[in-house]
Ligand binder design. Structure first.
Ligand code: CU
Length: 135
């Protein structure tokens, strides 16, 4: 119960500061896409978040392993259209903002092996990822 009270107090303080300026209230500036870092659980669907022209959770340096038995989801939590193209396959799917690509079972789409993926719209910005599908 303490946290909501604090937030309410902060909001009031901001409102007071704003009104003391005397000018017309301007809308808050649009910040970058909000990214919340949550460790990937080892059960349930493996979720990749596409945001800021970047694929989280499948950074090449992490050698991410995903069992072929798991569900696999790519969520577009940004404001831009993204795409999920898997190199060496015919898989290339657009993912509209606020939507997701969802596979009930990874192995139905990608057999065990190493894969590189990219967004065809933002590959020039380095929007790529790597992961390993395991048996
Ligand atoms: Cu993209």
């Amino acid at each position: 119960m303490r946290r909501p009270t604090f937030v309410a107090g902060l909001t009031l303080a901001v409102a007071l500061v704003g009104s003391s300026c005397g000018g017309a209230a301007s809308p808050p500036p649009l910040g970058p896409d909000k990214v919340i870092y949550v460790p990937e659980p080892s059960v349930g669907p493996f979720v990749v978040v596409a945001v800021d022209n970047h694929f989280h959770d499948i950074h090449p340096v992490d050698q991410t392993q995903i069992s072929q038995t798991r569900a696999f989801i790519v969520k577009n939590e940004g404001n831009n259209l993204h795409n999920f193209t898997v190199v060496g396959t015919t898989i290339s799917a657009d993912i509209e903002p606020g939507t997701q690509l969802a596979w009930a079972r990874m192995g139905d789409y990608l057999k065990p092996g190493s894969y590189t993926v990219f967004c065809k719209y933002h590959v020039y910005l380095g929007m790529t990822g790597d992961f390993i599908v395991t048996p």
